[in-house]
Design a protein around this ligand. Structure first.
Ligand SMILES: C[S@@+](CC[C@H](N)C(=O)[O-])C[C@H]1O[C@@H](n2cnc3c(N)ncnc32)[C@H](O)[C@@H]1O
Length: 274
């Protein structure tokens, strides 16, 4: 592989484009990361310098290259039942939510859902804790900016290592065992998969098109890359979609310094709409 240099002025082009399009604030220290992670891509595309790659990136109207770029410089790391304290908290919150419902209808948004472990965890959680789960109309909106992770999420197929932390009972109820090229794997049942609407969605630049509000919103480990104004803007938009009392879940390393009049910290990176 040919090692291609990233010049400072080229890095600046990527920096302002990525900030404008995705809200990710690339600091100057990220030059080596961008160069290292994108070198292979330039070689694959037969490009000899980063300026040509920049032109290729901005000319791609499908957004696929942008999503490739974002995946290359950020992380899609996720897992089932990530942030265990939040699921524990949800166990105590759920009975009140259920009791408050006139219609058996639950709507949840998993914003920045990566390869699907988060929205499927929500379903497994509800399946486990609602004795009349089948009678509920449950829909999870699961969105991400990356085509790659979304196609994995839609398939809902995971290897044995990824599901190993789940109880045998959960695995039995939520997965079908399937044979893939890499041996035996576990696919979320069709019945659960059809409750999730996966959508390609950029949290920073796409319009908020939602007609109805959500019973809760998960946006965990996504805003870590955003700068403060972008984060505040997004949080403000989330609050408009949450009814009074509804929770917003952030990643455990994320906290809010704004919106104290509309959101109150009530658990481990869990904020309640006031
Ligand atoms: C580290 S993963 C977090 C997955 C999951 N929420 C969790 O906590 O396990 C972050 C995800 O955010 C997505 N992401 C980053 N910037 C985004 C943006 N502007 N709009 C939508 N998704 C974005 C990434 O593609 C990635 O899949």
């Amino acid at each position: 592989m040919v090692e291609i240099e990233l010049r400072q002025e080229e890095f600046e082009l990527f920096r302002s484009y990525i900030y404008e399009r995705v809200g990710i604030a690339l600091s100057a220290q990220k030059t080596t990361l961008v160069k290292g992670r994108l070198n292979k891509r330039l070689n694959q595309l037969g490009l000899s310098n980063f300026k040509d790659y920049y032109n290729y990136l901005i000319a791609d109207e499908s957004g696929e290259e942008l999503s490739f770029f974002v995946s290359a410089i950020s992380t899609n790391v996720t897992s089932f039942f990530r942030e265990s304290a939040q699921w524990k908290w949800l166990e105590s919150y759920l009975p009140g939510l259920i009791a408050s419902k006139r219609e058996k209808k639950i709507r949840i948004w998993s914003a920045g859902c990566s390869s699907g472990e988060e929205p499927y965890t929500i379903l497994m959680f509800l399946q486990h804790h609602l004795s009349d789960f089948e009678q509920w109309d449950i829909k999870i909106l699961a969105t991400d900016i990356s085509h790659k992770v979304l196609s994995k999420a839609i398939k809902g197929e995971y290897d044995a290592k990824t599901v190993q932390s789940l109880s045998p009972d959960m695995i039995r109820k939520a997965f079908d065992k399937v044979q893939s090229e890499r041996g035996e794997s576990y696919q979320i049942t069709y019945h659960l998969r059809e409750k999730v609407m996966f959508r390609l969605y950029n949290l920073v630049t796409d319009p908020f098109f939602f007609k109805n509000r959500f019973d809760m919103i998960f946006c965990r480990n996504v805003m870590i890359y955003f700068d403060d104004p972008t984060r505040q803007e997004l949080i403000g938009r989330f609050t408009t979609l949450l009814p009074k009392g509804a929770p917003l879940f952030l990643g455990s390393s994320e906290s809010l310094t704004s919106h104290r009049d509309t959101l109150k910290l009530i658990g481990s990176s869990i904020y309640q709409r006031l």
